[in-house]
Design a protein. Structure first.
Length: 357
């Protein structure tokens, strides 16, 4: 009834099979993957987890798991409840506000959290899905679940879930399920983190603001964080960075391209600059499409910052940030199916640097 894609490993770009979600849930209960999951729980060897099958609860996706490639929505919403130390009965108490719409609850692959699946009425588009997700989050936050666990504020329509093993899991009768229909429009929370620690937080409008209104707020915050156009680094990198923020704020790619071409131009070489702006926007939106609507800003590598480093630890931090940037770029090249010879050499080079730090 609820079709999802299942992948042999997390590295596979498109689903190997399309199956009914209930078949996966029955496998979790019966122990279809018991041996692999038990071994991972005992050893915490990430290579075991990386080779476990996984599935997209949100539905069936096409050639990649990008939200734009959603083929068939499942009308099932997934919550990842981490770091919950209580029993299943205790968890069910916190889930009481959404109990009538609960489809499934089971232990996660790592055994330190729970997978919670909720039946929603319909999937219109990603914006609509986000409003429902925020409503569910708000209900559980009100019940106090955020005080005793960690669960994502950001919607996870295209997120992969690993298969698991839980003989005590609960799957509820579809005939008695009620659709979760509540919707909630919330502002976009922007978090800036350094070394994993939150250093700044602010809000960008609401999900229903126009592209123009959202852009004004995104631009002012981006300038506050990265400096004005041309004041730090290259203009090329500034456009790339701003485009990434706008992608995360769910601003239309075509609208942004038009805006930047009109307001950030090079009068000496207008046509060359126009093409450069369009390419930067396109590349950012493709590279970070999975982050669309999910606004988390992380510290980035800066040539200015590395020149001012005063000790080895600061240099190491900047090198790690540089490697992260480059690996993101390599991921983009792989997704675009660029020639692999150069990409493979780059990956080996970056990994060697990290291994020797």
């Amino acid at each position: 009834m609820y079709k999802v894609g299942i992948y042999k490993t997390m590295k596979v770009p498109s689903p190997n099979y399309i199956v009914d979600l209930r078949a996966i849930l029955e496998g979790i209960k019966s122990g279809q993957w018991k041996e692999q999951v038990s071994k991972y729980r005992k050893t915490k060897d990430s290579s075991i987890k990386d080779n476990l099958p996984c599935y997209t609860v949100g539905g069936v996706f096409g050639t990649t798991k990008e939200i734009k490639n959603l083929v068939t929505p499942s009308n099932i919403l997934s919550l990842d409840i981490d770091e919950f130390e209580g029993s299943l009965d205790t968890l069910m108490g916190y889930l009481a506000p959404i109990e009538s719409s609960l489809y499934h609850v089971s232990k996660s692959c790592g055994d330190k959290g729970y997978c919670v699946l909720v039946k929603i009425k319909e999937f219109r588009d990603y914006d609509h899905f986000k409003m429902i997700y925020h409503a569910v989050y708000s209900d559980l936050e009100e019940a106090g679940l955020d005080k005793v666990s960690k669960f994502d504020y950001l919607p996870n329509l295209n997120r992969l879930r690993f298969v698991s093993y839980d003989p005590n899991c609960l799957t509820f009768d579809e005939k008695t399920l009620q659709d979760y229909t509540k919707e909630l429009v919330l502002p976009i929370d922007v978090e800036i983190k350094e070394k994993g620690e939150l250093v700044k937080r602010f809000v960008i409008g609401s999900d229903r603001l126009s592209d123009s209104d959202k852009f004004e707020e995104v631009l002012s915050k981006f300038i506050e964080y990265s400096g004005d156009f041309g004041s730090r680094g290259t203009r090329h990198d500034w456009i790339l960075g701003l485009a990434r923020w706008c992608c995360r704020a769910d601003i239309s790619e075509s609208w942004l391209s038009s805006q930047l071409v009109s307001n950030y131009h090079n009068s000496a070489r207008p046509e060359v600059w126009r093409k450069e702006v369009l390419r930067c926007v396109r590349d950012s939106y493709r590279a970070y499409s999975a982050e669309r609507g999910n606004f988390v800003v992380t510290k980035k590598f800066s040539y200015d910052d590395i020149l001012s480093c005063s000790n080895v630890e600061q240099v190491k931090e900047q090198v790690y940030l540089l490697i992260a940037d480059k690996l993101n770029y390599v991921d983009y090249l792989l997704r675009e199916k660029k020639p692999t010879t150069f990409v493979e050499k780059e990956i080996k080079f970056y990994k060697k640097i990290v291994d020797n730090l």
